[in-house]
Design a protein around this ligand. Sequence first.
Ligand code: BGC
Length: 676
Amino acid sequence: MDISDLISRLTLDEKITLLIGKDSWSTEPVPRLGIPSIRVSDGPHGLRYESRPVEGGPSYITEATCFPTSSALAATWDMDLIREIGAAMAEEAAGLGVDVILGPGTNIKRTPVCGRNFEYFSEDPFLAGECAAAYIAGVQDRGVGTSLKHFAANNQELGRTSVSVEVDERTLREIYLRPFEIAVRKSQPWTVMCSYNRLAGIYASENAFLLDRVLRHDFGFQGLVLSDWGAVHDRAKALTASLELEMPHGSGSFENLKAALANGEITEAEIDRAVASLLRLVEKAVEGRRRRPKASDRTAHRALARAAALQAVTLLKNDGSLLPLNPASVTSLAVIGRFAKDPMIQGGGSAFVTTKSIEGALETMQEHAVKAKIRLDYEPAYSSWAEAPGLEATHEAQLVAEKADCAVVFVGTGHRVESESFDRAGIRLNPDLERLILMTAAMNPRTVVVVQAGSAIDMSAWIDKVKAVVFAWFGGEAGGPAVADVLFGAANPCGKLAETFPLRLEDTPSFDTYPGDGNHTWYREGLFVGYRHYDSMGTGVLFPFGHGLSYTSFLYADLRVTPDAVGAPGSVTVACSVTNTGDRRGSEIVQVYVGESTPRVVRPTKELKGFVKIELDPGEKGEVRFALTPRDFAYWNASLAAWHVQSGTHRIFVGSSSRDIRLEAKIAVAQGPDFS
Ligand code: BGC
């Protein structure tokens, strides 16, 4: 495609139409010049492909694989797996003629009440950025594009279309922009989607600091910026800020751009630059169409969804090693709660995937129980939706729980509780579900709770009354069998939290500033988001960032940091050994945190800078290695407008969670040149 030639042959009107979506899901074509329309579709954890067979008639959503949602994927800490899911999604997209998947979302989980947390990865920018980069690479390797969203600082759904986020630049750079930076630098998404909210009073869609200065100049983004659906308020202002494509079609935008051109608000050169970017996207799509997979294997994708759900399952508590269920001491099992059969597999909103093959845990549990000669009784105990479960037949549930050796209660939230466009009212489960747990625990001292949810849950009302908690996340269409495998020991759990579970909502660092005054929301906690807050202040938490148990155990030893003194431009290698000291094969997620010993500026005590997932046989010893770069020791110095490394001692922590540090070393770091 000769882009400058095409631009010279396009009329002004044609150019303007190219910058405004044709309809909800596609761009304008210019048939006379052979410029095709390209098609976009939601993301992120499966395709939501909407079609309207008859103009003006009803729309239909095509069936697709529903993978575990992003919060579950982050709990796998498995970048190869996320990449594979990206590739599978690209196959499904290719089959439907979709050129760009509208995902991944990589906003920071500032508050556990954010309705879209299930669509996001983590409270930590490094982990969130790595997950997004892996997803993008997986999709784009197969010739389909992505849209990294929602840029930026869209951390609450309440008032999302108008609220102005007020945050200092250092916090913005180190926390909220950092996942986008990592994803852009590593994987160059074809597109970035701006968010609805304002930043320091300016809509993200019109924010030249965000879109031009930070995204293109500082991060080196080469692709196209499109608007979130309806996020453009003034098409000309958005163009000036370098937003190239408005989605969906905005009525009045054509006239707006024409008028702005006539009165000198924008220039034709700006229009040409945006058109060039749009044509580059079209070119990528056309080229991508040639190398896209020709076939999409739904059965293989379902197997992948199940494998991913399994890697995500996070064993939060397991007193007395009650799990895995041991047929020697458990001969009868009570399974309580409708979600065992009809699981909550995802959150709601534009991410909602329509799948025909939802499978609960119950069926696979029954299969395992038969093999292990365990009697299994099931009581649904509540009607259907978690926001108003309406307990029923509780007497039966109590009886079943009482006479069994062990009781497993299924609870959770669901797509009517966690969704785009509103936030959760709190982080406790519905009171009926809490009551069901307490009732069961009162009847059976060996109670296990399985939670299906997309974000942190306050468990204070019941955590001490139960022996084990399995966090299943929103595990997608095949999450049920994965949980069953973990309960019966057919698989060893290895998920770890990508977000802290606080004791109560009141402990969260944004509690007193969320949701703001209706117009603004002030991020006064600054850098102290998630574990950066809890660990720096020594605040008690329910389960720390990075926490997750296994049926085996791991010994960390032999930490080596080389060199032990480094000039800022140099890089540092951190290595240690990990041995599986238990009697089962299992995976461990080893985490490296860095913290400056006596900082001269405010810094969190430690920040995640690396992680490795290693799978080991019983008795096997493995070696893990991490490379740290100057950036891992740096902070954003707002007066220098650069990343700056301070001379001093830094502590290197290697741990199994942010609160379970197994090895520690110190390194002397010398100040080097600042960098951007
Ligand atoms: C959401 C986006 C989504 C778009 C298209 C918007 O409401 O914020 O994440 O991609 O709709 O469905």
